[in-house]
Unconditional design. Structure first.
Length: 86
């Protein structure tokens, strides 16, 4: 269900490439246990999540929000890092 003006779009869990996401450290089971999976599948932005990712062979630890967006009719996970308050 796609709506206008950047409103949320719903996704099905089987649309998401969980194998690819698990390679960088984002696991479907962990998102489900933490209560973030339903939010993502609704196309909404999650609350702040602590992530430990492996990006291009580099370990990255960060706080971020996650959101599924549509790109070329496929779901894409958007990761927005949260800038620490100094």
């Amino acid at each position: 269900m796609e709506t206008r003006n950047n409103k949320a779009t719903s996704f099905k869990a089987e649309e998401v490439n969980w194998d690819e996401l698990s390679q960088i450290g984002i696991l479907k089971d962990e998102l489900e246990v933490d209560g973030h999976l339903d939010t993502l599948l609704k196309g909404e932005k999650t609350g702040v999540i602590s992530l430990s990712l492996v990006l291009l062979g580099v370990d990255v630890v960060m706080d971020a929000t996650l959101q599924l967006i549509r790109q070329n009719d496929s779901p894409l996970l958007e990761i927005v890092g949260i800038k620490p308050v100094a």
